[in-house]
Design a protein around this ligand. Structure first.
Ligand code: AMP
Ligand code: MG
Length: 432
């Protein structure tokens, strides 16, 4: 028995054992059952150049101070800050220039005495005695006299970047579970870490099912449709830096379907589409049971995505997603994506949810959670959302033009124009 709290697209705290039926579960229960069955992948080491998008397997501690030495944040003059007391454009302070330090110098013996200043470049080491840097634009140089006039008072330590102010020796610079994006890659470079411990990439097997499915490029016989699901799934898997492996189309026969799933079960995760409803040729569940997959549930109180078989065999997670292209995508976003991220070691599993004002009425009946494809805009800092037109589960274009899902909980009976609703942001560069 287990319980878990979930604060993503769901809202409630759940105890799995309170569900009446293990096969027909709420959205939140399904989410919790899936996440609690995930086993994290193991360690792999990759060079920095290949680490983008991967997730850290261990904390990274710094072996150095960053910056490594006190240095100037500006092109200007290093000086004693208190020598600038009272400096003003009408009454500048005059100081003697007693040297120059450029960025990259290995060694210098320059010291700053009172009433003098050292010309210094951005990034150059601060000379002994200096307690601030005055930017060059607040000074005027008199080359013949070898002096500068300082026009502004300056505070102690101003424009000095101190050793270790970004990261100190021994400090954790990046935490385990962090996804390595551009800033993190740059940080690792500045720490001179080139051998990066990351989680292995999940290898995900994809199976399409159904006699009516034709491959892209193949002859389309009467009654057939193209295999779009394998392509959307493969793209989603790549987006999360995991490795898709397309097994093929399982035609509507037990032996054929079983053969394909047997191959797929060698991977970290299996995702199939179609064949999970009540039809005579919906064979996925029987095949999974025969292959020893422990089924957790097979129907969820949600729309789209009601029939969804989930189970495990050893550490392999098996998702039998519904076949309609929109159902496939919504199920992926809500269930497969967080499982894939957790498996990959990520600590951020849920897409953001925000409030929005509904710009049209939405009809819904209570008793199931629903996801409507929506398009949000931000007007005067407030999120507004409209549905993207017909919401049939086969209409993939409505998914393509959507930038959010409007999420309505089981008890909701829809909304009227002007009501506040919850939206989950998708197809949004900053958020993926
Ligand atoms: P099923 O659950 O197998 O009856 O499939 C439900 C619907 O999804 C049917 O209209 C199928 O044709 C469609 N479908 C199933 N698999 C795919 C696929 N790989 N690509 C596009 N549509 C699919
Ligand atoms: Mg089918």
């Amino acid at each position: 028995m287990y319980s878990c709290s979930y604060t993503g697209a769901g809202t409630t705290r759940i105890d799995i054992m309170t569900e009446k039926s293990k096969t027909f579960v709420s959205f939140d229960t399904a989410h919790c059952m899936i996440l609690s069955s995930v086993t994290e992948l193991g360690l792999e080491r990759v060079p920095l150049k290949e680490a983008y998008g991967r997730i850290l397997y261990q904390d990274i501690r710094s072996e150095i101070n960053i910056p490594p030495f006190d240095n100037s944040a500006m092109d200007g003059f290093a000086l004693h800050w208190d020598d600038t007391g009272g400096a003003h454009p009408d009454s500048p302070v005059e100081l003697l220039i007693c040297g120059e330090i450029k960025a990259g110098v290995e060694f210098h013996t320059i010291k700053v005495e009172g009433n003098s200043a050292v010309r210094i470049m951005t990034g150059a080491p601060i000379p002994d005695g200096a307690t601030a840097v005055v930017p060059v634009e607040h000074t005027r140089e008199d080359a013949t006299r070898g002096t500068i006039a300082v026009f502004e008072e300056i505070k102690q330590n101003e424009n000095i970047r101190h050793a270790g102010e970004d990261i100190r020796v021994g400090q954790v610079a990046l935490n385990k579970g962090t996804q390595l994006k551009s800033a993190e890659i740059g940080l690792l470079a500045s720490l001179n870490v080139n051998d990066i411990p990351v989680y292995q990439q999940a290898r995900v097997a994809i199976i399409s099912t159904g006699d009516e499915i034709a491959e892209v490029g193949a002859e389309l016989r009467p009654g057939q449709i193209r295999n779009s699901n394998a392509y959307t799934l493969s793209s989603e898997i790549k987006k999360y830096h995991c490795i898709p492996h397309y097994i093929g189309i399982a035609r509507d026969s037990i032996s054929f379907t079983k053969e394909m799933f047997a191959k797929a079960l060698e991977y970290d995760m299996v995702i199939s589409t179609g064949g999970v409803s009540m039809g005579k040729y919906d064979l996925v569940k029987d095949v999974l049971v025969e292959l020893g997959v422990d089924i957790s549930f097979e129907t969820i109180r949600m729309k789209p995505g009601k029939p969804l078989i989930y189970g495990t065999r050893k550490n392999t997670l098996v998702f039998g997603l519904p076949g309609n292209p929109v159902s496939t995508m919504v199920s992926f976003i809500e269930f497969v994506r967080p499982a894939l991220l957790k498996m990959s070691g990520s600590t951020k599993l849920n897409k953001p949810l925000v409030h929005a004002v509904a710009d049209n009425d939405i009809d819904k009946r209570s008793g199931r959670k629903e996801f409507f494809r929506g398009y949000f805009t931000i007007i005067d800092g407030v999120f507004h959302v409209s549905t993207t037109g017909p919401q049939g589960s086969g209409i993939l274009r409505s998914m393509s033009v959507a930038n959010c899902l409007i999420v309505m909980n089981e008890e909701s009976t829809g909304c009227s124009k002007g009501d506040r609703v919850m939206i989950q942001l998708i197809n949004h560069e900053e958020i993926d």
